[in-house]
Write a protein that binds this ligand. Structure first.
Ligand SMILES: [Zn+2]
Length: 235
């Protein structure tokens, strides 16, 4: 590829852009902005989860309360029975007492369940409130640092513009398909994008290239490493 030198030069200029991008990414403003953005992105899902949980628990609470009232009413009926009238009938008496005992046990168990549900509801409410509070703080941080970061980025605008102009001027001398691949890899965060062939290996990850790939390299000037996806050229 006669345009290989242009492509190599292109990457050298692009490195300046990368340096500026890294500088920007390392600023406190960018870090705090990104931190808040990431937090807020997940917070809503978690808050929704808490809300759903609270709704489910509240449903369970109503169900248990209804059950409790029902059993309590039934037990009250037993307390109104005049057992003295039944003293003659031991079988009947024992049966009723056993029933009353069963209802009392059920009531105790329902009471425990109710307490446990209430406890879980309190815990969810507490978590929800804490997260809500943090969300409000992070919303403030997001707004503040979005603006601060925009100001920092603006300070680098001219420099970035100049590098981009240099890159744009070179692009017409690079085959469109190669340029597209280069830009795609660069966008994915791979660096360097372009690496020299070392022996029969990729100059970045050292993977052995098959013979077919080498002949394709000789023919096309640039191939892509199947392992690390860098673009390989022959020096
Ligand atoms: Zn590789």
């Amino acid at each position: 590829m006669s345009n290989l030198q242009t492509l190599i030069g292109y990457q050298a200029i692009d490195k300046n852009l990368l340096t500026i991008e890294k500088e920007l990414a390392a600023t406190e403003e960018k870090k705090k902005y990104a931190q808040a953005r990431k937090f807020l992105k997940n917070a809503q899902t978690t808050l929704d989860g808490y809300e759903n949980k609270a709704v489910a628990l509240s449903g369970e609470l109503s169900r248990l309360e209804a059950q409790y009232n029902e059993v309590a009413a039934e037990l009250k009926e037993f307390s109104e029975i005049d057992f003295s009238e039944l003293e003659e009938n031991e079988g009947e008496l024992a049966y009723l007492k056993k029933n009353a005992q069963g209802l009392a046990d059920t009531l105790r168990s329902l009471k425990r369940d109710l307490a446990s549900v209430k406890e879980r509801m309190d815990a969810v409410t507490k978590d929800y409130k804490a997260l809500k509070q943090k969300t409000i703080a992070m919303q403030k941080q997001f707004k503040e640092y979005k603006e601060k970061y925009a100001a920092v980025a603006k300070g680098k605008e001219a420099e970035i513009g100049s590098v981009r102009a240099q890159l744009a001027a070179m692009e017409k001398d690079i085959p469109a398909d190669v340029l597209e691949r280069y830009k795609g890899r660069r966008k994915e965060g791979l660096w360097p994008v372009l690496v020299p062939l070392k022996g029969d290996r990729c100059g970045f990850c050292s993977m052995d290239l098959p013979r077919a790939a080498i002949s394709k390299l000789n023919e096309k000037g640039v191939i892509e490493c199947e392992n690390c996806h860098r673009l390989i050229y022959k020096e």
